[in-house]
Structure formats: structure tokens, C-alpha cells
Ligand binder design. Structure first.
Ligand SMILES: C[S@@+](CC[C@H](N)C(=O)[O-])C[C@H]1O[C@@H](n2cnc3c(N)ncnc32)[C@H](O)[C@@H]1O
Length: 282
């Protein structure tokens, strides 16, 4: 059953890879403060061999490569990995390689990385405890993890209003019970427990504001309906009349966030940093 769930999640992301490529630069602009917090937490050194998990188009890993020795950009979706490789080449970043890897079953040897980084990916694990165990396994003794996940749903209305509208339309919860989703690791206590349960030490959690701005509701919605992995496929396959009704509900909910300059939604991420084992503070 876990395999079927995992395949479903991976397929969902494969379907939106092209849209993630299209909006990759926007994603980096939005992630400015989050990138800074992750980089600070990762405390990368010039000699570090780093693994980025769930890299998507690779924006964060490419940034991290400026501070590290070598970064492996990885994602479970081959299309995402291809996009990351192309963007690395386009940006002239030479100290990265790419690899298709599942963060729940990391096909890398034990103790092979100085740091593991991941931005908005861990919550898509069907069995997150397995992901944390795998990350710790591939970290060398004293290696570091810096990862972010979305905070509570009510702190991220830019996605909550979409998932709520889809859920109301379908008459079932979104995501379906037992399936991972954007807010699956939003409970800070649970996130901390997953890390400590896997043996991580010096676990720290911070909250980072990640507002989402767009010039208009139209601009926001055009982007969101393409990249929102958990709902994009559902929306794309709705009959016209139901899609029109859904989009009307979403636009109405979005009106509450319209400003004089366009639209601005609040957003918040949890940044987790931890060490795989006791470490020197050098
Ligand atoms: C919200 S996107 C984030 C992409 C990128 N990290 C960023 O911040 O721009 C989530 C990513 O997680 C990837 N993903 C989902 N499940 C995964 C898994 N089990 N192993 C590795 N990557 C996974 C998806 O393919 C997608 O690229």
C-alpha cells in the first residue's frame, strides 16, 4: 500500500514538472528569507559534499553550491532532475551533479555526505520516519541537516484556500486521509519528534515568514493552478463547468488578500536544523 501511495505522490509531481521549470525564478524570489535561514542552518563549508533532496528545479541547491564543495541535486521525479541539470548548466554552476533519488529510500552509501538540505520536500514522504532515518544514515558522523516544510495550514492561506475549495467541490478531505501533503509536517512537536526519534541531536526549529505576492489575482492563480502538485492534476481534469465554479470560489476567497499593489498572502515555513550525531562546534 505504501508503494502505491508513493507512486501516486511521485506521479503527481511529475505532472507539474514543466510548470515548476516555467516558474523556477519566481520560486527563488519568493524563497529569499527561507533560503537565507536554510543556508545559515546548514553552515556549509567549502569542502562539504552536500545532498539536496526533493530539489525540484534545483534553485536552492544551486544557491547552496556557492558555499559548498559539491552538491548532488536529487529528486524522485526524473523530469525535475533533468530540469535541475539544465538550470545548473544554464547558470554555469560546475560543482553540482544530479541524481534521481527517493528521499524515503536514498540510494547512496552510509556516511557519504557532510550535509543534507531540502526545501519543502520532506512532507511528501509517505513514511516520514523512514525519510529521517535515511537522511541520518547517509550523513557522516557530525553531519548536518537543514530542511524546511510548510507550517500550519492556517498560516498559509495561499494554499489553504485552494485545497479547501477543491475539498468542498469533491466532498472529501484534501489531501485524502493517510496521504502526505504540503502540511503533513506542519506540527512542530511532531517534526521535532521525528528528528529526535531518528537519532538527530541539537534539533532546532525556527519559523520563517514566506509571504506570497503577485501583481493580481489572475497572475497568482495562473501560477498556482500549474504548480500546486496536490491539486493541479485534479483541477486540470475537471469538466469545464465544475472548474469554472471552483475557480470562482477560489477567486472569491483570494479577494481577502488583495492590496493596493496586487495581492499578498501570508505564508510561513518551519526550518529544522539538526546534527546526525554529536559534533564539534568548529
Ligand atoms: C514543493 S516541491 C519543492 C521543490 C524544490 N525543493 C523547491 O523548493 O523549489 C516538492 C518536490 O518534492 C519532490 N518529491 C516528492 N516526493 C519525493 C520523494 N519521495 N523523494 C524525493 N523527492 C520527492 C517533488 O518531485 C517536488 O520536486
Amino acid at each position: 500500500m505504501s508503494i502505491e501511495k508513493r507512486q501516486h505522490v511521485h506521479g503527481m509531481w511529475a505532472a507539474v514538472a514543466a510548470k515548476w521549470e516555467e516558474h523556477a525564478d519566481y520560486v527563488e524570489t519568493r524563497a529569499g528569507a527561507l533560503n537565507a535561514a536554510l543556508l545559515e542552518g546548514a553552515a556549509l563549508r567549502r569542502t562539504d559534499r552536500v545532498l539536496e533532496l526533493a530539489c525540484g528545479p534545483g534553485g536552492f541547491g544551486l544557491l547552496a553550491a556557492r558555499a559548498a564543495g559539491h552538491v548532488v541535486l536529487s529528486d524522485v521525479v526524473p523530469e525535475m532532475v533533468e530540469i535541475a541539470a539544465k538550470r545548473a548548466a544554464d547558470h554555469g554552476v560546475l560543482n553540482v551533479t544530479t541524481k534521481v533519488l527517493d528521499l524515503e529510500e536514498i540510494d547512496e552509501p552510509d556516511d557519504s555526505f557532510d550535509a543534507v538540505i531540502s526545501r519543502e520536500g520532506l512532507m511528501f514522504a509517505v513514511e516520514p520516519q523512514r525519510a529521517f532515518a535515511e537522511i541520518r544514515r547517509v550523513l557522516r558522523p557530525g553531519g548536518r541537516l537543514a530542511a524546511s516544510v510548510w507550517a500550519e495550514r492556517d498560516r498559509n492561506p495561499w494554499l489553504d484556500i485552494v485545497m479547501t475549495a477543491v475539498s468542498d467541490l469533491l466532498g472529501r478531505p484534501m489531501p485524502p486521509p493517510g496521504m502526505p501533503g504540503p502540511f503533513a509536517l506542519a506540527d512542530a512537536d511532531r517534526l521535532r519528534a521525528l528528528a529526535t526519534g531518528a537519532g538527530f541531536v541539537d534539533v532546532r526549529l525556527t519559523r520563517v515568514a514566506v509571504p506570497l505576492r503577485a501583481a493580481s489575482v489572475d497572475e497568482w492563480w495562473a501560477r498556482t493552478r500549474g504548480v500546486a502538485g496536490p491539486v493541479a492534476g485534479i483541477i486540470a481534469t475537471l469538466p469545464d463547468d465544475r472548474r469554472t465554479a471552483l475557480e470562482g470560489d477560489i477567486r472569491t476567497a483570494a479577494e481577502a488578500y488583495v492590496t493596493a499593489d496586487g495581492i499578498e498572502f501570508p505564508g510561513e515555513a518551519l526550518v529544522l536544523t539538526a546534527y546526525g550525531s554529536e559534533h564539534d562546534d568548529d
